[in-house]
Design a protein around this ligand. Structure first.
Ligand code: 13P
Length: 287
């Protein structure tokens, strides 16, 4: 059964570790992340972007697939199915499709409009026992064709949004989606610290988990980050393993072209990287 992300994140914040959100793109991805979570005895959040939802033919397909997999794979660790960077309309679609968690990314609205829409979605999600993530200060990089430049969130705005009753709060602290450029100056721990001082117990979310050095991840966790999003890194290891398989000519040997064989190395690479992240984030063994 899917669960809201509330309890797992409150426990993580208190226990000073973070739960990973791993974005899914298809059946293999989903299976790999669930397998890694079960084997690591870790809670997990499956992230679905609007683009990935569309790719999988819609949020209802995703929700039905994930729920069936939990049963068929006999998954016993807590799993949340979460809309990543949702639009206002996308949030409603996921509520209807049976997701257990949503992120409303209102960071491109004025703070007033962000607050108003977040308040409305929080009310509905509370009634349905779902968790809600809000974002203050846009996170840089490219996601689904939208390029942001990466801002630092204003701690007072974070406090205003946290007070609306959201479950977790994503705040820009110099993090960006995708690979980090060579000259990236690193995370702004001073800003993170100021945000945590204002928002107290609120679990904070670090987007753009790919490519952040391990020591920065650990420091971020020590300053209140309880959820870390990883997407690109799984795509990179999947592509690399698949390329190796093809470059070695394995698709031309016997039935190596069978998708169950062709996609196996990439899928296994995702299992491994997700397990490594669960160790690094400290969530392994916490379920
Ligand atoms: P990366 O693709 O950089 O890992 O970021 C993922 C993310 O933040 C999804 O919201």
């Amino acid at each position: 059964m899917l669960v809201s992300a509330k309890e797992m994140l409150e426990k993580a914040k208190e226990g000073k570790y973070a739960v990973g959100q791993f974005n899914i793109n298809n059946l293999e991805w989903t299976k790999a992340v669930l397998q890694a979570a079960q084997e690591s005895k870790s809670p997990v959040i499956l992230g679905v972007s609007e683009g990935a939802g569309k790719y999988m033919t819609g949020f209802k397909t995703v929700s039905a697939m994930v729920k069936a997999m939990l049963e068929e794979m006999k998954i016993t660790v807590p799993v949340a199915l979460h809309l990543d960077h949702g639009t206002y309309e996308g949030c409603y679609k996921c509520i209807e499709a049976g997701f257990s968690s949503i992120m409303f990314d209102g960071s491109h609205y004025s703070i007033e409009e962000n607050v108003e829409k977040t308040r409305e979605l929080v009310k509905i999600c509370h009634e349905k026992g779902m968790s809600v993530e809000a974002e203050v200060g846009s996170i840089g990089g490219e996601e689904d064709g939208v390029i942001g430049l990466g801002e630092c969130a204003d701690p007072n705005e974070c406090k205003a949004v946290a007070d609306l009753g959201v479950t977790m709060l994503a705040a820009g602290i110099g993090n960006i989606h995708g690979k980090y450029p060579e000259n990236w100056p690193g995370l702004r721990f001073d800003v993170l610290d100021a945000i945590q001082q204002k928002t107290g117990k609120m679990p904070l979310v670090l987007h753009g988990g790919t490519g952040i050095p391990d020591d920065m991840i650990q420091k971020a966790i020590s300053l209140g980050v309880a959820k870390i999003n990883v997407n690109t890194e799984c795509q990179l290891v999947f592509a690399e393993a698949t390329r190796k398989y093809i470059e070695a000519g394995k698709d031309l040997e016997g039935k190596g072209f069978d998708p169950r064989k062709l996609l196996a190395p990439g899928t296994e690479a995702i299992v491994q990287i997700v397990k490594e992240k669960m160790e690094l984030f400290g969530s392994a063994g916490k379920a």
